[in-house]
Design a protein around this ligand. Structure first.
Ligand code: GUN
Length: 279
C-alpha cells in the first residue's frame, strides 16, 4: 500500500524557514513586496490570487493587486507592468494566467523585467533554466522538486515521465528533472500510446487537466506519482490521477486537493524572497 505524501507538513517547515529569511531582510530595512495582476474573470484564478495574497499576509510580505475588467486594452496592462518594473519598492511581478482571450499572453509576460519575474515565465529565465544557469524557476515544477527532495528521492538514473508540455509546468519540469540526472520523457496529447510510457515511470508527473486520466494499469509498481491536475467536477476538486485506484500500487502519491498546489504558493514566496535578498 502506497502513501499519500503529507505535503502540509513539508509546507509548514518551509514557512518557518521563510519567516526567518524575511525577518533577516527586515532587519536590513528591506521589505519584500509582490505585485499581482489579475486580468480575467475566471473564478478559480480569483481564488488562486486570493491564496497568494493570504500567504503574503501570513508571512509578513507586502503585496498589491491590480485587477482589470474585460475592457482592458493590452497597452494599459503593459504600462502598469513597465511602471512596476521601475518601482524599486516592488521585488516581484506576477501576472495570473490565463488572461482575457483578447490579450496576447507571450507579449505581456515578456514585458516583465526578468529580474522581477517571480513566476520564471520570462524567455530569459526559461532559457537560463535550459542551460543549467541559476535562475528563477516556475513555481509549480519547483514545488514538485521540493516534494521529491523532502522524500529524499535520488533522481539520478531514474525514469521520469511528464504528461503535459506547457510553459508553466511540463517544459520547466523536464529541465529540473534532467538537471538531477533523471532520464526524462515528455508525453502530450499527440503521444501515440500514453500507457506505454507512464507504466515505465519511476517518477510520474501529470499536468494535463484531464480528470482521473491515470489509472492503476498505467503506473509502475513502486512509482512516485505527482498529480498537478486541478479539475473542478460538480464543485469538487479532482486531480489528473485516480488516487484511490493507484494508491495500492505506488510508493508515494500526492493528493488533490492538499498536494502540489500547496507547494506552488510556497515556491512563489521562495522566489520572491530570493529576489529581495539580491537587493
Ligand atoms: N496559472 C496557473 N498556474 C499559474 C502560476 O503558477 N502562475 C501564474 N501567474 N498563473 C498561473
Amino acid at each position: 500500500m502506497g502513501e499519500i505524501v503529507n505535503v502540509k507538513e513539508i509546507v509548514e517547515s518551509k514557512k518557518v524557514e521563510l519567516k526567518r529569511r524575511i525577518e533577516n531582510l527586515k532587519e536590513k530595512r528591506i521589505f519584500p513586496k509582490l505585485a499581482l495582476i489579475l486580468a480575467n474573470d475566471d473564478k478559480a484564478s480569483r481564488v488562486y490570487v486570493g491564496n497568494k495574497r493570504k500567504l503574503c499576509h501570513e508571512l509578513g510580505v507586502l503585496e498589491e493587486e491590480y485587477t482589470f475588467d474585460e475592457n482592458v486594452v493590452e497597452e494599459e496592462l503593459i504600462n502598469v507592468i513597465k511602471k512596476l518594473n521601475k518601482d524599486d519598492s516592488v521585488d516581484g511581478i506576477l501576472v495570473q494566467l490565463p488572461l482575457y482571450n483578447h490579450l496576447n499572453e507571450s507579449k505581456i509576460l515578456d514585458c516583465i523585467s526578468p529580474n522581477k519575474d517571480v513566476d520564471g515565465f520570462h524567455p530569459l529565465n526559461l532559457g537560463k533554466l535550459m542551460i543549467g544557469e541559476k535562475t528563477t524557476v516556475s513555481c509549480t515544477p519547483k514545488g514538485v522538486m521540493t516534494i521529491l527532495e523532502s522524500l529524499n528521492v535520488n533522481l539520478s538514473g531514474k525514469d521520469a515521465v511528464i504528461v503535459g508540455r506547457s510553459r508553466i509546468v511540463g517544459k520547466p519540469m523536464a529541465q529540473l528533472l534532467l538537471s538531477k540526472n533523471a532520464t526524462v520523457t515528455t508525453c502530450h496529447s499527440k503521444t501515440k500510446d500514453l500507457k506505454e510510457y507512464t507504466k515505465k515511470a519511476d517518477i510520474l508527473v501529470v499536468a494535463v487537466g484531464v480528470p482521473h486520466l491515470i489509472k492503476k494499469d498505467m503506473v509502475k509498481e513502486g512509482a512516485i506519482v505527482l498529480d498537478v491536475g486541478i479539475n473542478r467536477i460538480d464543485g469538487k476538486l479532482q486531480g489528473d490521477v485516480d488516487t484511490q485506484d493507484v494508491l495500492e500500487k505506488v510508493e508515494y502519491i500526492t493528493s488533490v486537493p492538499g498536494g502540489v498546489g500547496l507547494t506552488t504558493v510556497i515556491s512563489l514566496m521562495e522566489n520572491l524572497i530570493e529576489i529581495a535578498e539580491r537587493r
